[in-house]
Design a protein around this ligand. Sequence first.
Ligand code: SAM
Ligand code: SF4
Length: 335
Amino acid sequence: MASPIWKGDMTPLTDPFGRSFPYLRLSLTEACNFRCGYCLPDGYQPSGSQYFLTVDECQRVAAAFAAAGASKIRLTGGEPTLRRDFTDIAAVVAAVPGIRTLAMTTNGYRLQRDVARWRAAGINQLNVSIDSLDPRSFAVITGSDSLHQILDGLELALTLGFNAVKVNAVILRDYTDHDWQAFLALVRDKPLELRFIELMQTANLSSTMLQQQQSGERLRNRLLAAGWQPVSKGYDDGPAEHYRHPDYAGRIGLILPYGRDFCDSCNRLRVSARGKLHLCLFGTHGVELRDLLQQDEQQLLLLARIRQALKEKRISHFLHEGDAGITSHLAAIGG
Ligand code: SAM
Ligand code: SF4
């Protein structure tokens, strides 16, 4: 018999524009050991309480979203793998009925050491951020001298039976073009997806970093000219565009938040490491959930609060107008 706590509105989460939200990005920490110039250029500076969501709170968030139709959860941060209980969190979230895809995004620093444990805990999709394949450029961008170690970890990950292994690269004027051939070589033989992401403005992004911004349309044109073919989108693919080429084992994705219609296919919500619901990466406020994450019996109230908040979701971000909302950097909210 179903538990009484699930008697209530279990219809999928939707917003006033008819979008539904099968995908939750759950941030586990704001802390990070890297200093990416567009995210935490001075390194992580703790502020306020460092009491991030507990294993039980993560389980309750996941269960509530799954009960309202979410089938995919991404664990992110900050750097989620800095949490000592990262695999415990992965295991409880993976066990939530209805969650078919448990993804994570990592800077890859602990990949080589821990990826087999993450896989065993139930992670079945892995995103590793690598903005440059040149060790010196990588160190300049991230403040970390660990490119070789991360690439070795990536090789290992490809042997572990993940449903998908993806590499995220932020498009940077001084680096992406320079590394283009190396990026293509990465997907020639490896069955991974390389995703180029337009650099998004955040409240703390410096003017120097802003100069690194470059439109991803150039990459789209370059791919099409070189014989890459667009792949039609699946039901829950979200805003990424995908391209394939017969000579390449991997595929390329483009995430162009400054492109037209980007928000039309928005399918994700975010919960921050402090337990706030964010309707958009570039929203104006977060909705407190933590008071309703303390007992299983509160989960109907939790879902009701999420549904109420969704009525306020805006049709689009306003990045084009230079409005990055309250997000100081993506590590604060879960990129
Ligand atoms: N620390 C992990 C990592 O770097 O993969 C997870 C968190 S990080 C905030 C998630 C993703 O957001 C990374 O791929 C990162 O490159 C990207 N990111 C961070 N700031 C960004 C920005 N301003 N514009 C575009 N992407 C950004
Ligand atoms: Fe850390 Fe990821 Fe931000 Fe880089 S992008 S500083 S790795 S949280």
